[in-house]
Each structure stands twice: as structure tokens, then as C-alpha cells.
Design a protein around this ligand. Sequence first.
Ligand SMILES: [Zn+2]
Ligand SMILES: [Zn+2]
Length: 137
Amino acid sequence: MAEIKNCPKCNAIFNYNGLRDVCPKCFKEEEELFETVYRFLRQRENRAASIERITEVTGASESLLHKWVRKRRLHPAQFPGLGYPCDNCGTLIIQGKICRSCTDKIKTDLKQHESNMEFREAVTNNNKKTYLSNRNK
Ligand SMILES: [Zn+2]
Ligand SMILES: [Zn+2]
């Protein structure tokens, strides 16, 4: 299922095959950067390097690092300084799409929403009953 796309990095036109989200040239550059980052992280003293430090040393962009962690090419269990931003608030996380505090918040909001719905339903049902009983008089 090939499709012509513009590379989001350099804007070149390339054949998108569903595997690479950038053109072959940028893909190669990314792979080289990945090698550099991986080689850097594999050294014991760099294991826990922060994303800031990695970008500084290797020249890889933050978003690239995020992407590799998301794809599990770089494993946060192995390199504790790594993560990617929560979709909601930007805190670094290592799994899922949003951080724990946002998850909790969404759950609370949802519960609130549900109890509002229940309340509304109860009111509606009550009105119906009243209406029916009035009509049956
Ligand atoms: Zn490109
Ligand atoms: Zn969050």
C-alpha cells in the first residue's frame, strides 16, 4: 500500500510504505543518530543520563528520543533517564499515553460525569412517573 508523502523533516516527496514516517534520507540520518545515542547510553556512566544531556551530547532531538522510547527501541527500564511527555500535561512518562496524575484526574472527572448522568436520569424518570400518575388520575 504505497502512498506518496511529504517527509515531515525535509519536505522531500517519498514513497510511504507504512513503516517509515520520514523519507529514506532522513530515515538513514535517524538511524545513524540512534546508533550514536545507543552507543552513548550503553556506557555505564551514561545509563541514567537525562534527555537533556543526551540531546546535548548526541545532537538527537528531544522528539526523536521520545519517539524511540514510545516505540520501545530505547527501554526506560534499562535507561531510567528516558521517557516521553504525557499527552495531557507534558510530564515525562514511560508507559501509556498520559501520566498517573492525569489518569486519576480523568477517572475522577468521569465518575463526576457519571453521577451527574445518574442524577439527571433519576430526575427524568421521576418526572415521567409524575406525569404518568397525573395522567392516570
Ligand atoms: Zn526527509
Ligand atoms: Zn499528565
